[in-house]
Ligand binder design. Structure first.
Ligand SMILES: [Zn+2]
Length: 270
């Protein structure tokens, strides 16, 4: 089947990264059924010929008005689609959309009329926020990492930066590669406006990874590989903590002085 990605290697490379990450999510057990969502802002890889392509579906209202992303293009996982299928066939399990009508609506342009994730308003709100701050981040990932979700079932770890500090102290790379830590959002109904707003305000506090209590994470970064890496690094730290508990002891964790030394030596933000 002909694809808009044919003869557009730079754009295809971005979609290939999404497919690669979707495979990892499935392999890790973080993407049961149609769980999780990925959207990436691909505007910079869209050429003039693509801009003139007609819509194959829409316009449809986003449900909110997002002026900063008006005219922007996104690859979005399709609603009800599985990550494990997306990893093999990204353009059959997702689509390229463009935002129109001043940021109030979207059109599907290619390859097939696959309706975007039901979380589209929340994801696009995050992209709109990122552009408004001048951020270079173009990827938004939502997934269900087992050990990180398990942590949120304990009140102790839902306190501000309690989980961050514990996770950072498990292995030095966690603080180096997830230097802003893990923001916590109390339980809210999935897909709700409240959850989207709480996520935006937590990102605005300076976190790149936001934990939704008893649900999953939302991570933002330059591209989808980097967003995945942040979640992977944090979940690895949670696994080390759990391994220690399973051996029958409370893991000691690196000391505050050792964590401070990392901040100073590597010029970390926190
Ligand atoms: Zn979810």
């Amino acid at each position: 089947m002909a694809s808009v990605l044919d003869n557009r290697p730079a754009l295809k490379a971005q979609i290939d990264k999404v497919a690669e990450v979707a495979g990892y999510l499935w392999q890790k057990g973080w993407a049961e059924r149609n769980g999780g969502n990925i959207t990436i802002n691909v505007t910079r890889w869209v050429d003039e010929q693509m801009r003139s392509l007609p819509a194959i579906d829409g316009p449809r209202p986003i449900g909110t008005v997002l002026p900063n992303i008006n005219g922007c293009w996104f690859y979005c996982k399709g609603t009800g689609k599985r990550m494990r299928d997306l990893s093999r066939a990204p353009m059959e399990n997702g689509s390229l959309i463009r935002v129109v009508d001043g940021g109030a609506a979207y059109e599907i342009v290619a390859d097939a009329p696959v309706r975007p994730t039901s979380e589209l308003p929340a994801h696009l709100s995050v992209h709109d926020y990122l552009l408004s701050t001048g951020s270079s981040f173009r990827a938004v990932l939502h997934t269900h990492p087992i050990e990180l979700v398990a942590l949120t079932h304990c009140r102790k770890w839902m306190g501000k930066d309690a989980a961050t500090h514990m996770l950072w102290s498990m292995i030095p790379e966690t603080k180096a590669f997830c230097p802003r830590g893990l923001g916590m959002v109390p339980y809210m109904l999935p897909s709700s406006v409240d959850l989207a707003e709480a996520t935006l305000s937590t990102l605005a506090e300076g976190y790149d990874v936001v934990m939704w209590e008893k649900h999953g994470v939302l991570a933002v970064d330059n591209d989808i590989i980097d967003a995945f890496d942040q979640v992977d690094v944090l979940n690895k730290a949670a696994q080390i903590y759990i391994a220690g508990r399973n051996m029958g002891f409370e893991p000691e964790g690196m000391s505050d002085a050792q964590l401070r030394e990392l901040t100073v030596t590597f010029g970390l933000p926190k």
